[in-house]
Design a protein around this ligand. Structure first.
Ligand SMILES: *Cc1c(COP(=O)(O)O)cnc(C)c1O
Length: 382
């Protein structure tokens, strides 16, 4: 068996271990300490966001963002349908109702048109949505400027899910800094990792301080333990943050390495019939977290996504269908959705290719060769 080629695996730099060792040497083994402060500072510097709170996960950041915006049981929250379930789950944790919005074809993210249609319809039905959660999926920016304009017109706050988009920019401004609140993830497969972790970012200082307060069990200032609000254990550990500080030294390299992986796929595969890549609209800069393609069987001589995926699997190469939209998930089936069929098509025909910044030229070459083989029917032994 060939050595496994992963979709996206952790890629450490040279300095992570130094920060972790320092935490050990100084006995800062806790969900607070110099690495947590340092990592927050690094995130603020890199994203240009005023403030950052380092948390235990991106999901925790979304949960706290919704709480800070006052979302309660019975409220409605608009959410991009084409995403990972972690975007939508925290809405349900709070007893609120997710309202799912389908994608537009250019970036695969939230359709501004459907968003506006949904807002009008929800208001007409008697409830104004409490928040809007667009996502920059696979690192490709959403049409965030249009989304922000619509949100401003109806005066609804935006929580930007930039979990997959650290290093992504739109007209030079970082993903996650358009909304009132942005969230980031540092899970193991993301563009940088702290093993597990996330952050809430905002230019609103009170909101970020509130996130830190809620994430450390909502302790009132008192010598004893006193609580006036329900708290959470969502702070990032000083060990994880040490990994994060090391990773922030190499984030720009990681973005260029991922973009090179994308370029190499395009160079070799884009002329194959039926294969399509997601290109960047003018002024949009994707971190290319994952390279995603669609395969149209009617143009590829009958080769479909599953045939490509299975033939890669046989070579011990991990690839993965695009996210299954939330409005098609059994667990979310009963919730309102405003759909146009685009995310369903993407789910049926789309595939994420190995995209790690640590892929060797040889590994990338063997992925490309296998895809070429399937699509040019040199080996239809599936
Ligand atoms: C990874 C991810 C999250 C959740 O982040 P965790 O740190 O894994 O909790 C949320 N939204 C999207 C789009 C993600 O990809």
């Amino acid at each position: 068996m060939n050595k496994k080629i992963w979709l996206s695996s952790p890629h450490m730099g040279d300095e992570e271990f130094g920060f972790v060792k320092e935490a050990f040497d100084t006995n800062w083994i806790a969900p607070l300490g110099p690495n947590v402060d340092g990592f927050e500072h690094d995130l603020e510097q890199f994203t240009g966001s005023g403030f950052a709170a380092a948390l235990s996960s991106g999901t925790a950041a979304l949960h706290l963002a919704l709480i800070i915006l006052g979302v309660q049981a019975g409220d409605e929250v608009i959410c991009q349908s084409f995403t990972f379930s972690a975007t939508a789950n925290p809405i349900v944790y709070l007893g609120a109702t997710p309202i799912f919005i389908d994608s537009e074809p250019e970036t695969w993210n939230m359709s501004p048109e459907l968003l506006e249609q949904a807002i009008k319809d929800r208001i007409a039905k008697g409830k104004k949505p409490k928040a809007i959660i667009p996502v920059h999926l696979y690192g490709m920016p959403a049409h965030i400027e249009q989304i922000m304009a619509i949100a401003a017109h109806y005066d609804i706050p935006v929580i930007e899910d930039a979990a997959e988009a650290l290093g992504t920019t739109i007209h030079g401004k970082n993903a996650g800094t358009f909304g009132l609140i942005g969230i980031l993830s540092f899970n193991g497969n993301k563009i940088i990792t702290t093993s597990g972790g996330g952050a809430l970012i905002s230019d609103n200082k009170e909101m970020v301080e509130k996130a830190r307060f809620l994430s450390t069990q909502a302790r009132d200032p008192a010598p004893h333990y006193q609580h006036s609000e329900i708290g959470y254990n969502y702070r990032m550990s000083n060990i994880s943050a040490g990994i994060g500080r090391g990773q922030m030294k190499v984030i720009s390299d990681r973005v260029s390495q991922r973009r090179k992986v994308y370029d190499r796929y395009v160079q070799h595969l884009s002329q194959l019939k039926g294969i399509r890549f997601l290109s960047e609209p003018d002024g949009y800069f994707s971190n290319r977290w994952l390279t995603a393609i669609t395969i149209a069987p009617e143009q590829s001589g009958g080769v479909d996504r599953e045939m490509v995926r299975k033939s890669l699997e046989k070579e011990n190469i991990e690839s993965r269908p695009l996210w299954k939209p939330m409005h098609l998930q059994p667990v979310f089936a009963g919730y309102p959705a405003y759909v146009n069929g685009i995310s369903e098509d993407l789910f049926n025909n789309g595939l994420c290719l190995p995209s790690g910044s640590n892929l060797s030229d040889d590994e990338l070459g063997s992925v490309i060769k296998q895809i070429e083989n399937v699509l040019t029917s040199k080996s239809i032994s599936i």
